[in-house]
Design a protein around this ligand. Structure first.
Ligand code: PNS
Length: 171
């Protein structure tokens, strides 16, 4: 069975791309990918998953605000949220490509499965960018773990996120 393709998702130049994730909270690893990806598309949508089955540390509004502050200087980046299938969001917002960062080989297994499934669903392509070596070990979960125990997270997330984490964990 061939994927349910449409013209928009099979064209070779994509004006708009989507960079999806939970961003709980956004890290310099995410922002590195966003900044580099934004150079290759007219517009980049940073799409935060609204996941009712997951209990995030930060509310959706807080996560939107954190990312918006961090990307304020990037003229072609917009922050949005989505629920349900990423491919539906991409199609509804005329985004012809998905952008993902790959940190290490451990990311690859899961990411390649999602990329293939998403292509099968609508024909949309996923573009992988290697995360900068400075941030290849970084994840939101690790940052939260370090912050929860009072460790130093300077330089891993923007200053306003450092403050938000300190406030949340009372340290
Ligand atoms: O930052 P995360 O939590 O690793 O991001 C995962 C995300 C949001 C990109 C992924 O879970 C996703 O795309 N969810 C939307 C639901 C969906 O489309 N599922 C099918 C994927 S093939």
């Amino acid at each position: 069975m061939s994927p349910d393709t449409d013209l928009e998702h099979t064209q070779t130049h994509f004006a708009r791309a989507v960079c999806p994730g939970s961003f709980d909270p956004v890290t310099f690893g995410h922002l590195d990918i966003v900044e580099r990806a934004a150079r290759h598309f007219d517009e980049l949508l940073v799409a935060i998953l609204r996941n009712p089955s997951k209990e995030p540390l930060f509310t959706l509004e807080e996560r939107i605000d954190m990312i918006e502050r961090a990307v304020a200087d990037f003229g072609n980046v917009r922050v949005d949220t989505f629920e349900g299938l990423l491919v539906d969001y991409a199609r509804n917002h005329h985004a012809g490509a998905i952008v993902k960062g790959l940190r290490a080989v451990t990311d690859f297994d899961y990411e390649i499965q999602m990329a293939h499934m998403n292509t099968r669903l609508t024909g949309i392509e996923t573009f992988f960018l290697p995360t900068s070596t400075d941030f290849s070990y970084l994840s939101s979960s690790l940052v939260k773990d370090v912050a929860r125990h009072g460790g130093n997270i300077d330089g891993l997330v923007p200053e306003h996120v450092v403050l938000a984490l300190k406030e949340r964990y009372g340290n």
